[in-house]
Design a protein around this ligand. Structure first.
Ligand code: SF4
Length: 213
């Protein structure tokens, strides 16, 4: 089984399309939920999970139980943590080729993500599809194909932007229609060598998501 823990919305970036709005998850809930698991994978998401001091303890606890571990990170703090060996899979954001990605996430961030792909890990990729990057989907799919020749990419999740969190304020800048989303996913699937999951609504996931209300 897979359990996704949304630790909270704290983040060291300020993406305008950010959909995160959860309060911090209580550590006792995380430990309790992990202790009930008998196999599978724990996923830590945010916000930016690497900002949470408890993350190292959660990962140690999960590894002692023999669970696979995955962390969703924007990559900025990866150089400064001393527990990378406890993480099996890293999920990194990639919203477009260099110029488009930096327009979405901020100047210089594309290079941060590319450096993170050099780590000896398995990876998954998340893209938030918006008005800004939808026209870049073909080039992004080709970029991910190129990356997959040297990097172990397990899958690529394409999320439709949803106006929640900070994204609610900037809705007009990012919002796309459902048919635009599905058409872009179809194009990506035609090009991509990597398994693609399309997520129209991030609040309706098949995996067990544990977050504050
Ligand atoms: S989208 Fe991700 S990296 Fe950007 S502010 Fe939100 S949580 Fe942080």
């Amino acid at each position: 089984m897979i359990k996704v823990f949304v630790l909270g919305s704290r983040c060291n970036m300020r993406c305008k399309f950010c959909m995160s709005e959860e309060k911090d998850l209580k550590p006792e809930i995380v430990f309790d939920e992990i202790s009930k698991m008998e196999g599978g994978m724990v996923v830590f998401a945010g916000g930016e999970p690497l900002l949470y001091d408890e993350l190292k303890n959660y990962l140690e606890f999960a590894k002692k139980k023999g669970l696979k571990t995955k962390v969703h990170t924007n990559g900025v703090l990866l150089d400064s943590v001393d527990y990378l060996d406890l993480i099996d899979v890293l999920n990194l954001p990639l919203d477009g080729t260099k110029e488009i990605h930096n327009r979405m996430r901020g100047k210089g961030h594309f290079d941060v993500v590319m450096r993170a792909f050099e780590l000896d890990k398995e990876f998954t990729i998340t893209t938030v599809l918006t008005k800004i990057n939808i026209g870049n989907i073909e080039d992004l799919a080709r970029l991910i194909n190129e990356l997959s020749e040297s990097v172990r990419i397990l899958n690529w999740k394409i999320f439709k932007f949803k106006p929640k969190g900070r994204g609610r304020i900037y809705r007009d800048m990012f919002d796309i229609a459902d048919d635009e989303f599905y058409n872009a996913v179809r194009i990506a699937r035609e090009i991509s060598n990597v398994k693609i999951y399309a997520v129209k609504d991030p609040d309706v996931m098949k995996t067990t998501v544990i977050k504050s209300c």
